[in-house]
Every structure is written in structure tokens, then in C-alpha cells.
Write a protein that binds this ligand. Structure first.
Ligand code: ACO
Length: 426
């Protein structure tokens, strides 16, 4: 079969470009040879650019479909635990029972951070945002695992680093919060599940026991599953870009955490709760809806809209169901902030502006509400997202290194500055 090509005519010159087609999704024009014709492509925000090929996650924003290694998110959320998904993302297949036992054992073994890491926490101000602490502490792990212990071209080292990150990031996240509260660090416990362990490190103290509630730990597990990976978003692309230079994986993931922190990405659930706090009562919803629609006002309805999903976000549908389960279990349906959130959702979903622009609540609208109901403070919302997304980051980092066509990321630019000029005699 003849290879399909696209034809570019530029300044009277014809250039044939190959079309690349993945196993699903729409085709891409391979423009990688353009630089040899001294032509660049211009695509701010990479809206039309596939930076890599990947077999980890498929998203069809039009259909509202999300697949990890071919498995629909709805089935994964129903039948699997977060660690099954972390294993799936990295290895390509769900673990069998022997593999799962071995994997969980390894994660538990690595959940304890190096004792020296305690000192790194102590260098931060107490009022530092937990994400700022996480960027620093996760990045500092590159000082513990390097050289002979961490060769990025060694598959066993990559696998071990991935497991270390998945194992230790929950401890680091929980300790970031404990530190901000002036509380002693609670250590991981092997008898608890991954989710229970995080909740225990967050909420127990040396003098009080955290009582596990299965509805709560299941809801937390759902948050982790739904945030585990989402193909080439800002933070994952950041991890790949940083990793493309051969950088240490702990430094790469720290860069991913930094990218995730922004309110247009992982900070959206925290921003949603902040916005609800500002709206305060149902009578003011319309004023905020009006502001969100006003082009002269920079305000946007946080937790609404998505770059890729122009239909419903499938994760939001699952998170919405979990949200209702949690509010019922905890008797919070009449809590003012939750009532306000549900009312806002209803009004926006019926508003012509949001309907026409296909702006649906995204997963972070509901995950923020669920986390608040679970007692997780707003400042920790993005940290929880980071701990979930670690599974995706390490899988993409590993895939990028395994791909023999990978090269260092080096985007081009359109220069708009001054023309060449001489330095005056001063
Ligand atoms: N409130 C009001 N209007 C909005 C919103 C919103 N939340 N989101 C998009 N719009 C409008 C834009 O003003 C724009 O209108 P226009 O066509 O008249 O100019 C139109 O909808 C399209 O918006 P874009 O910014 O082009 O959409 P994009 O795909 O670039 O942005 C984004 C997606 C950043 C998520 C945006 O919807 C947003 O800012 N939402 C609020 C923040 C948020 O919830 N982020 C979480 C993302 S999910 C995640 O990270 C897991």
C-alpha cells in the first residue's frame, strides 16, 4: 500500500510530508523533516502537535473516552486497585496474582523514605505550600539515588526508581502536610493498603488512631485511579522533556510536580473550593456565572472545561457517583458548601454559554468536593493529584527512554525581538 503523504506548498516550493497513523485516533503530519528545508511549524501550547508516540493511554475527547493500555477507565475504576493500574501503565499488562503480590510487597518495602530526608523537610518554612515542599523533597531524592544506583539506561534501575517513587511519594505528601501543621511524621504501616496508608499518615497522630472507613478509603482509591495518567498533559510532557536529556528520574518527577501545581492544571480542584468559598451562598451563583461569561473579566468557572474533552470527561462521571456516595455516607448532603457546589453544577449545566461551548464539570470539580468531604485540606488537593499521577509520570519516562527514536526535546521559536545591532560605546 502506497504511503499516504501530505503536500505542503510554501513560497512556490512543494514539500511532501508523511502521514503518521497510530492504532487509534486521527492522523498526524510528520513535520520532523521540515527543519532541513529551513521551515518551522508554529503551534503555541502544542494544541495540534503530537510530540511523541505512546502506547500507554488513549483519550478521545470528542467521544469522552479514556483507555489505559486499551482498558476503559470505567472498567478499571470498577475492577482494579490503584496499584494494579500503576503496574499496568508501566508494564503494559495488568498483573496476575503472583505479580501483584510481588509488586505490592516491593511498594511496601520502599515506602519508608531515607531517614536523612527528615532533615530536608526541616529546611522549609512551616507555612510553605505542601506542593512547594514536594517539589523540593522529591527533587532531593535524586541526591540519594544516583550514579551506580541509578543509570537511566538500565531497565532494572528504571523499574526500581519507578517503584521507589510510587512507594515514597505518598509518605512525602503526607509528611508535607504534617510538617505544615507542626505534627510529628507518621510512618507507613505494612498492614494497610496503599490508600489506607496515606490516610493514616495524614490523619493519625502518636496519641490518636485514625479509624479507617471503607467508603472513604474506596473513594480515595477512586481519586488515585482516575488521576493516574492522562497522556501528554502539561506535567507528563514536562517529565518527558526533562527526562529527554537523561536527567535523574526523581528530578524529572519533581519538575512534573512543579508543572502540576498551576491552577490551569492540577491546581483546579483547590481553585474550585476556593471559588466556592468566595461565592459563599447560592444567591450569588448567578453573579459568578455572569462573570465567567464576561470576556472583559479574567474569572473562569474553576472545575469546568477541558482542553481535550469537548464532550463529558469520563472521569468526572465516575467521580460524580463517588462524590454522591461519600456525601451520603458522611451525612453531608446539607452541608452549605456541598449544597452550593451541586447547585452551581446544575445551573452551569443548564446555561446556554456552557452548553454551547461544551464546558462540562471536569474530574477536578468533583474530586475537590470529595477530598473536602474526606477531611483533606484544600492545600493538599494538588499533592494528592501528584501522588496519583506519579504512576503515569514514571510510565511515560520509562517509555520515552525505551523508544530508540527519542531525542532531547528542543522546541523552536519565532523570534520577535530586535534586529542585529551594534553595542554603542558607553
Ligand atoms: N469558565 C468560563 N469560560 C470558559 C471556561 C471556564 N471554566 N473554560 C473555557 N471557557 C471558554 C473560554 O473563555 C473560551 O471562550 P471563547 O471561545 O469565547 O474565547 C472557550 O470556552 C474555550 O476555552 P479555551 O481556553 O480555548 O479552552 P482550553 O481548551 O484552552 O482550556 C481549560 C481548557 C484551561 C481547562 C479551561 O477550560 C479552564 O481554564 N478551565 C478552568 C480551570 C480548570 O478547571 N482546569 C482543570 C483542567 S482538568 C485537569 O487538569 C485534570
Amino acid at each position: 500500500m502506497a504511503k499516504i503523504k501530505a503536500k505542503l506548498i510554501i513560497q512556490g516550493k512543494e514539500i511532501e510530508l508523511p502521514i503518521v497513523q497510530g492504532s487509534m485516533g486521527y492522523p498526524a503530519i510528520d513535520v520532523s523533516s521540515l527543519h532541513s528545508n529551513t521551515i518551522k511549524t508554529f503551534d503555541p501550547g502544542f494544541s495540534s502537535t503530537a510530540e511523541c508516540s505512546s502506547s500507554i493511554t488513549f483519550v478521545d475527547g470528542g467521544k469522552g473516552e479514556l483507555l489505559h493500555r486499551g482498558h476503559p477507565i470505567e472498567q478499571l475504576a470498577e475492577k482494579c486497585e490503584y496499584l494494579d493500574i500503576a503496574y499496568l501503565l508501566f508494564n503494559g499488562e495488568l498483573p496476575n496474582s503472583r505479580e501483584k503480590t510481588g509488586y505490592i510487597k516491593s511498594i511496601k518495602e520502599h515506602s519508608l523514605p531515607h531517614d536523612q530526608l527528615n532533615n530536608i523537610f526541616r529546611g522549609f518554612r512551616r507555612d510553605a505550600h505542601p506542593m512547594a515542599v514536594m517539589v523540593g523533597v522529591v527533587g532531593s531524592m535524586s541526591a540519594f539515588y544516583f550514579d551506580e544506583n541509578m543509570k537511566v539506561n538500565n531497565q532494572n534501575h528504571r523499574k526500581l526508581s519507578a517503584q521507589r517513587l510510587i512507594a515514597k511519594v505518598p509518605t512525602i505528601a503526607a509528611w508535607s502536610y504534617a510538617y505544615s501543621q507542626g505534627r510529628p511524621f507518621v510512618y507507613p504501616k505494612d498492614e494497610l493498603s496503599y490508600s489506607e496508608n496515606f490516610l493514616n499518615m495524614m490523619f493519625s497522630t502518636p496519641n490518636t488512631k485514625y479509624l479507617q472507613n471503607p467508603v472513604i478509603s474506596k473513594a480515595f482509591e477512586k481519586i488515585l485511579i482516575l488521576h493516574a495518567d492522562h497522556e501528554q498533559n502539561a506535567s507528563t510532557s514536562t517529565v518527558r522533556l526533562v527526562g529527554s536529556s537523561g536527567a535523574n528520574p526523581f528530578a524529572c518527577v519533581a519538575a512534573g510536580i512543579a508543572s502540576l501545581w498551576g491552577p490551569a492544571h492540577g491546581g483546579a480542584n483547590e481553585a474550585t473550593l476556593k471559588m466556592l468559598g468566595e461565592i459563599r451562598n447560592e444567591g450569588r451563583i448567578n453573579e459568578y456565572i455572569k462573570r465567567a461569561k464576561d470576556k472583559t473579566d479574567s474569572f473562569r468557572l474553576m472545575g469546568f472545561g477541558h482542553r481535550i474533552y469537548k464532550n463529558k470527561d469520563p472521569r468526572a462521571i465516575i467521580m460524580k457517583a463517588t462524590c454522591h456516595e461519600v456525601l451520603d455516607e458522611l451525612g453531608l448532603r446539607n452541608d452549605p458548601i456541598f449544597k452550593l457546589a451541586l447547585k452551581l453544577e446544575k445551573i452551569a449545566l443548564e446555561d446556554e454559554y456552557f452548553v454551547k461551548k461544551k464546558l462540562y464539570p471536569n474530574v477536578d470539580f468533583y474530586s475537590g468536593i470529595v477530598m473536602k468531604a474526606l477531611g483533606i485540606p484544600n492545600s493538599m488537593f494538588t499533592a494528592v493529584f501528584a501522588l496519583a499521577r506519579t504512576a503515569g509520570w514514571v510510565a511515560h519516562w520509562n517509555e520515552m527512554i525505551l523508544n530508540e527514536n527519542s531525542k532531547i526535546g528542543r522546541p523552536r521559536q519565532i523570534y520577535t525581538g530586535k534586529l542585529r545591532r551594534d553595542v554603542p560605546n558607553l
